[in-house]
Ligand binder design. Structure first.
Ligand code: SD4
Length: 332
């Protein structure tokens, strides 16, 4: 052994003796904790966008805007607008399936990095309801506007009123009327409510969630998507989460808020999504009959997703790449 190596090894051994193995282990743990803490306090400034389901174009739109330095809130609202305006999508915006009386009613909310939020519920005739939720947040003393009031506020503020029931959706609705069986379908067409979370170049996180809700729901029914804490929640010090699936179950467990709180207590986004799904499935034996899926992001730009039934994917945009991520599921 060369003299220098010998001295180094001997010194380490002597040090190990001096400190004792226990102390060394403690030193290791302290180092790990310090590293964890350092990581916890790190804010990613490389933009990341994630969204529920395989809404490729919507997520790419938000990702590209984030790369240009656009704030997260504006990027996600532009991102989800792609699906709100896509008439082929029967679960979001124009072209959405109607309630059981034939009315298309939309729900949406937004939340930004300052903790500010806005929401609209059961709105008819307005396509871009996430943008409308932002307007409520910024230009009213309230957080939520519902129904006619939300629609009138939209029109007064320059949103176009238009019929959201497309020929296709009307045809499907008339077909449904023949049996009128209300049974939400798991993983509807594999695209569903769009919940989107963005982390921008300043390290700020914001989110948007927008939907036409469950097809053929009761008139006046509102799901989780416009309910802050359920369909969406952001805490810029920690991260954000969004939900899709059976809104009633997400509301009962305040799913998105739960995920952010679990991350605050040290869980990764993935662990937090899994725990939030566990909350539902352990208390509700009926969970084999409905889908719930979550997505989450933390301050470091780490992401996670999890669901009850297989078949859910999220989109993830990072480092200029927009990729689908197949979610793990409670049921296999
Ligand atoms: C709702 N969570 O209205 C929404 C819709 C959805 O599967 O995601 N359906 O309950």
């Amino acid at each position: 052994m060369k003299r220098r190596n010998f001295i180094t090894k001997t010194s380490i051994n002597t040090l190990a003796f001096g400190l004792g193995i226990h102390s060394l282990a403690q030193a290791g743990t302290a180092k790990n904790s310090a590293e964890k803490l350092k990581k916890k306090n790190t804010t990613a400034t490389t933009p990341v966008a994630i969204c529920t389901w395989q809404f490729t174009e919507a997520n790419a739109t938000a990702g590209a805007l984030l790369d240009q330095g656009i704030p997260a809130l504006d990027a996600v609202i532009k991102g989800v607008a792609v699906e709100e305006e896509n008439i082929k999508n029967t679960t979001v915006g124009k072209g959405g399936s109607p309630d059981r009386e034939g009315n298309v009613t939309l729900d949406a909310c937004v939340m930004d990095h300052t903790g500010n939020c806005g929401s609209v519920m059961c709105v008819e005739n307005i396509t871009n309801v996430a943008a409308l939720a932002k307007k409520v947040m910024e230009d009213t003393p309230h957080v939520i506007l519902a129904g006619k009031g939300a629609e009138e506020f939209a029109v007064k503020n320059g949103f176009t009123a238009e019929n959201l029931l497309t020929e296709e959706s009307e045809k499907a609705y008339k077909e449904w009327l023949k049996t009128s069986k209300y049974k939400p379908i798991i993983n509807i067409e594999n695209h569903d409510t769009i919940g989107m979370l963005g982390l921008d170049k300043n390290g700020n996180i914001s989110g948007a969630c927008t939907t036409s809700g469950l097809a053929y729901k009761m008139k006046g029914r509102v799901g989780d998507s416009p309910v802050i804490g359920s369909g969406l929640f952001i805490d810029n010090a920690i991260g954000g989460a969004a939900a899709t699936g059976m809104g009633e179950e997400v509301i009962k467990t305040v799913g998105s808020f739960l995920i952010v709180e679990l991350m605050r207590n040290g869980m990764s986004p993935q662990e937090a999504c899994e725990e939030a799904v566990r909350r539902i499935v352990t208390t509700n034996p009926n969970h084999t009959n409905f889908q719930v899926a979550y997505i989450a992001i933390n301050k470091q730009g780490e992401t996670g997703c999890y669901c009850i039934h297989p078949g859910f994917k999220m989109m993830k945009y990072a480092n200029g790449k927009n990729m689908p991520v197949v979610s793990g599921s409670h049921l296999k």
